[in-house]
Design a protein around this ligand. Structure first.
Ligand code: 0X9
Ligand code: ZN
Length: 414
């Protein structure tokens, strides 16, 4: 009898945990074609979650609840259904999680990410060091990896130029986490056998922060697969409780400008002040503590883009020739692996204004060559990229990473 009560309790717990989750049954992702500015404005008014980067006239990808679908349908615009059942895709990918495979054939939850980082340090103690960057709003640890030859001997790398990679400012962009782990695993694993990587790790210091936004990331696994921002409780306003700041609008360089929102419910809410969020502050402190930092990539998904500053203005930086030369080399390297096309260009003119983005801060404040790479795909699955594309995505971007490391190798530190 007791056993049955226990089982019943467990079942109820399971049911409740399931019930808590955001339900996406009936939701669809549409590619809508708008011809006039008026149509565009009406569309953006009706839709909460714009997925695509193209917000001008032409095609726009939007994720719609059944209610939003009815509203948009009444506009009588040309529509193509990209994902006919968002709920089903999320569910089918959830059942994939149960299948055990290697690190890069499935997505990793936050505990698994930490374990993977720890294992790498354990396996390569002279090459890899795991360190704590700080704690998130909810008190979760934010970890980084430092990878260089003789990592425990401080004086060895004091004159090595440094490069930093990070993922997951945006919670739902899962493939960025795996890609960062892949970079770490490839660098450490190939050291000693691959001459290029052996040489690079003797000359450079590499920092990798796979998850900048652990609270958001955990939330996408437990409650809402399509959450974007961090999870800070902002207060109770006219439309009820509000949560979350868009970390990639919170950075303190030209903060508050175009492409960011002051509305607490918006997906691009910039926060109450520049660097108001502990997650942005901790990563900023890490970067500010690295006088040798020369290059950086902030990984996002999706759209297959290679972006550089500025995000807040259409003006080109004085470093634009360097950005576009290195950006183009990365584009070619990516194409060489699986033939995929990634489009290069400055953020503002290539996608949209995004004041408060990390790369403007990194380049604007520190004069570090800072890129944003938007990973796969081009909209077929968007944020719900199937797990069998993790490895190829990571492989092609590792080729881009090697290009950036080669460039950085020449930036001497005296
Ligand atoms: O809107 C963003 O923050 C990024 N796109 S996403 O769909 N991943 O949210 C692009 C912004 C430009 N990138 C950086 N400034 N890092
Ligand atoms: Zn993003």
């Amino acid at each position: 009898m007791k056993k049955w009560i226990g089982l019943f309790g467990l079942l109820m717990l399971f049911v409740c945990a399931q019930a808590q989750k955001s339900d996406y049954s009936g939701w669809q992702v549409w590619r809508v074609t708008v011809k006039t500015k008026a149509q565009l404005d009406t569309l953006l008014e009706k839709v909460q979650d714009v997925w695509s980067h193209e917000v001008g006239l032409g095609d726009i990808d939007v994720c719609l609840s059944p209610k939003e679908q009815a509203m948009v349908r009444s506009m009588r615009l040309p529509i193509r259904v990209l994902i006919s059942d968002v709920g089903a895709v999320i569910q089918s990918q959830e059942s994939d999680f149960q299948i055990q495979g290697d690190l890069f054939s499935q997505y990793q939850n936050y505990d698994q990410v930490i374990l993977a980082m720890r294992n790498l340090q354990r396996q390569y103690p002279n090459l890899v060091e795991m360190f704590l960057i700080g704690t998130s709003t909810a008190g979760r640890p934010i970890y980084g990896l430092r990878i260089t030859r003789g990592v425990r001997q401080q004086r060895l790398y004091s004159n090595r130029p440094a490069v930093l990679f990070n993922g997951c400012q945006h919670a739902r962009e899962w493939v960025t986490v795996s890609t960062n782990l892949y970079i770490a695993y490839q660098l450490a694993g190939l050291y000693g056998s691959n001459t290029q990587i052996t040489d690079l790790l003797g000359r450079l210091e590499v920092y990798i922060v796979p998850v900048v936004n652990p609270d958001g990331y955990v939330f996408t696994w437990t409650n809402n697969r399509l959450w974007r921002k961090n999870r800070r409780y902002l207060g109770n306003f006219q439309n009820g409780p509000a949560y979350g700041v868009d970390l990639n609008r919170n950075w303190g360089y030209e903060w508050g400008g175009q492409g960011s929102s002051s509305n607490v419910y918006s997906e691009t809410y910039r926060g109450p002040s520049p660097m108001s969020e502990v997650e942005t502050r901790r990563l900023a402190q890490l970067m500010a503590s690295l006088p040798n930092l020369r290059a950086h990539i902030d990984f996002h998904s999706y759209s297959q883009l290679i972006l550089w500053p500025w995000s807040y203005t259409s003006t080109l930086t004085v470093s634009d020739p360097t950005f576009s030369a290195v950006g183009n080399q990365m584009r070619l390297a990516i194409e060489g692996v699986h033939g995929m096309n990634y489009t290069p260009g400055p953020v503002y003119t290539t996608i949209y204004p995004a004041a408060g983005a990390i790369l403007d801060w990194v380049y604007g404040v520190h004069r570090v060559l800072s890129f944003c790479i938007e990973l796969r795909d081009e909209g077929q699955f968007g944020f719900l990229l199937p797990a069998d594309q993790i490895r190829p995505t990571a492989e092609e971007n590792f080729a881009a990473v090697l290009e950036l490391l080669e460039w950085t190798k020449g930036r001497f530190v005296f």
